[in-house]
Design a protein around this ligand. Sequence first.
Ligand SMILES: O=C(O)c1ccc[n+]([C@@H]2O[C@H](COP(=O)([O-])O)[C@@H](O)[C@H]2O)c1
Ligand SMILES: Cc1cc2nc[nH]c2cc1C
Length: 332
Amino acid sequence: MTRADFQRLIDDKTKPIGSLGRFESLAVQAAAILGDMTPSNASASLTIFAADHGIAAQRVSAFPQEVTGQMVANFLAGGAAANVIAAQFDIPMTVVDCGIAHPPRRRDALVDLSLGGGTADSSTGPAMSPETARKAIAQGRQFASGIESKIVCFGEMGIANTSAAALLAHKLSGISVAELVGRGTGLDDTALSHKQEVLEHAAARTGALAPIEALAEVGGFEIGTMAGAMVGAGTSNKLVVVDGFIATAAAALARAIEPDCERTFVYAHRSAEHGHRTLLDWLEAEPLLDLDMRLGEGTGALLAVPIIHAALSLFGMASFSQAGVSGAPPIS
Ligand SMILES: O=C(O)c1ccc[n+]([C@@H]2O[C@H](COP(=O)([O-])O)[C@@H](O)[C@H]2O)c1
Ligand SMILES: Cc1cc2nc[nH]c2cc1C
């Protein structure tokens, strides 16, 4: 069935046409991508891609680099926000090491796709080689081919990755660095203007860049791997739930690499990170939620899952003829 077929089904349900707004378009998008209207068939999962960033050395984050590995240990122990929300919805969670500088000792529960102990500092040179950038995309695609669930939530963890995401979004979109730089984990005004200087300097190192070159120049390992996974999941007709600012930068990269995968993306929420609104507007994306969240980890994406399931449940409504409800008379 095509998107138009699912749209006809929804239009024939017992409600004024369009009265459930974007909730209806979500139902049509989800059913068309999954080829299935049954909520219980639409299993969901969360993958958190984690990595470190050399640009953290420039004091662009409110937290030290060790926190990436420490939070990954917290994910494995079940203590993070992502864990408790995922548990609430019975959503299984996988954590992928894409290049953590100080990984936890208990590595057995991690998927190991490490590309090194963090990227190089992109304010002084390329974050990674073009070969590593291509490897990040390829390993993400490969990883996605092993995901069994139909709805895939992608989140991330990486100290200083709002810097990498802002620079990548700048290179892909041409939006100014000033419009994309934000407080991340909670910088004060002084630290924010320092971050902006560092990012302006990093951006000025290079001119216009092709997508893979942009990933190589500004990073990061988890963003590239997530972008590859978005391409892979999208091309195999999974519904890709995009989380906050960093995940949206990965989605912009995925779209630049494979434009067709965009139709499978659901933007879960508008993060409070300055720049997310501008980036979403540039992508012409309207997120489902706006809860002032700015945590990452896939927490916003998880909250979208019950909304997607509820949207699919609309296909269980009675049609006008089934319920004996008179349709609207044609407007002359
Ligand atoms: O998802 C978002 O919109 C978001 C906004 C701000 C911060 N974060 C999280 O905070 C970390 C990056 O912040 P920072 O200040 O270290 O660049 C990283 O682990 C992200 O998951 C996430
Ligand atoms: C504590 C903490 C938790 C996070 N989760 C995602 N990014 C994070 C950054 C910090 C600092």
